[in-house]
Design a protein around this ligand. Structure first.
Ligand code: FES
Ligand code: FE2
Length: 392
């Protein structure tokens, strides 16, 4: 028998501020968290801020092209130094101390009034551990294991995906009124698709997803995504010969990086917990095709056809937002709701929650039936049609 406490009910895990605080410390600060991709630091001295719950981090490239991460707090009185992104040295808005993008103090203002023994080198920004795998940047405050060990098999995967992030098409920043675990859960299972996305995705889609789980907490699924007739050749021309994928692959790199790949496109999503009931979903869509000037024949054709590739993406994101917000509101009032039996297509959700629970010292027993015992053939296909309730 396990000595550990059992993972609490939904009314706690999706709502309780104290539990959220523990997750912030034990899932997000002690492990490597995805903060962005290297193209967000295009030039020497460029920087961007990763903003999570109670934690603001400056990720920067210094003048010698070294990458680093620092707590976004001035070494004088702790004022937040910067927001968003930019390039160049950082000046504190409070008393004007200036820092370089390697975290060093370039100079305090009005040095004359400071103690004689004051030395710039004693007052740099607090550094954090930043590591890079392919294009992906991870930051940790107090890592308990090396990044490559924590990522396991995901290292080779991330290096491979990095080669597909050739040009960014657009980004979506969506603030969702739901706990981060509900938002992640909604993004990694296919069970909801016919019901939530019946209007925007193919409602006859039989997911039959091939789920792959790996430790700790990582997972993926793949389903076939045939390319419409003739378009594969065109895609190869746009991508200079790269072979488009014929599947939709959805991969979670625990705890907060989601990669969704279809044809020549890759969605890179960071889930950023902002509070017990608030999560930022920051997604950027990349294509394998390089950017071409619009006045060239290929550049022009690409601009005409490209929207077909991501038609409906915004709608799907919005549908996901609405449904997890409903789940958040529903679980708020369900004090006695214990964990429900999970469908086989939710095996990744179980895996993800189990790892989250383990980080906090909870026991989490999965109730999923082994896949081979699923009576797949006898089940009616999901239609996406609402089912009429039977009336007495
Ligand atoms: S708090 Fe930054 S210079 Fe004073
Ligand atoms: Fe969805």
């Amino acid at each position: 028998m396990s000595e550990r406490p059992t993972y609490p009910a939904a009314s706690t895990i999706f709502h309780e501020p104290a539990l959220f605080e523990r997750e912030t410390a034990e899932v997000f600060r002690s492990s490597r968290v995805f903060v962005g991709t290297v193209d967000q630091l295009p030039d020497a001295r460029s920087w961007f801020v990763y903003e999570a719950a109670g934690r603001s981090v400056i990720v920067a490239r210094d003048k010698g092209d070294q990458l680093g991460a620092f707590v976004n707090a001035c070494a004088h009185r702790g004022t937040r130094l910067c927001e968003g992104s930019g390039q160049g040295r950082l000046q504190c808005p409070y008393h004007g101390w200036v820092f370089d993008t390697d975290g060093s103090l370039m100079g305090p203002s009005r040095r004359k009034g400071l103690p004689q023994a004051f030395r710039n080198e004693d007052h740099g920004l607090t550094p954090l551990s930043l590591e890079q795998v392919g294009s992906f940047l991870f930051v940790a405050e107090s890592p308990t294991q090396p990044l490559r060990e924590a990522l396991g098999a995901q290292v080779a995967f991330l290096e491979r995906v990095s080669e597909d992030l050739v040009s960014e098409i657009f980004e979506i920043r969506m603030e969702i009124a739901a706990n981060w675990k509900l938002v992640v859960s909604g993004a990694i299972e296919d069970y909801h698709v016919p019901f939530v996305h019946g209007q925007s995705l193919d409602p006859s889609r039989q997911s039959a997803a091939e789920n792959t789980l790996s430790s700790p907490g990582h997972s993926s699924f793949a389903i076939p995504a045939p390319i419409p007739f003739g378009l594969a050749t065109l895609m190869r021309i746009f991508t200079k010969g790269k072979e488009p994928r014929r599947s939709l692959e959805n991969t979670l790199v625990f705890p907060n990086l989601l990669l969704v790949q279809i044809w020549t496109m890759t969605h890179v999503t960071a889930f950023v917990p902002l509070g017990p009931h608030r999560t930022l979903r920051y997604s950027r869509l990349f294509d394998m095709a390089p950017k071409r000037p619009w006045w060239t024949p290929l550049g022009f054709l690409y601009r005409v056809l490209r929207p077909l590739g991501y038609r409906g993406v915004f709608k799907v994101y919005e549908e996901d937002r609405l449904i997890v917000e409903k789940a958040q509101r529903g679980t708020a009032g369900a004090k006695t709701l214990v964990r429900p039996p999970a469908h086989a297509e939710e095996v990744r959700v179980e895996h993800f929650l189990k790892e989250t629970a383990a980080r906090l010292g909870y026991d989490y027993a999965s109730e999923i039936e082994p896949a081979e015992s699923e009576p797949v053939e006898s089940e009616p296909p999901p239609t996406g049609e609402p089912v009429e309730p039977e009336r007495a």
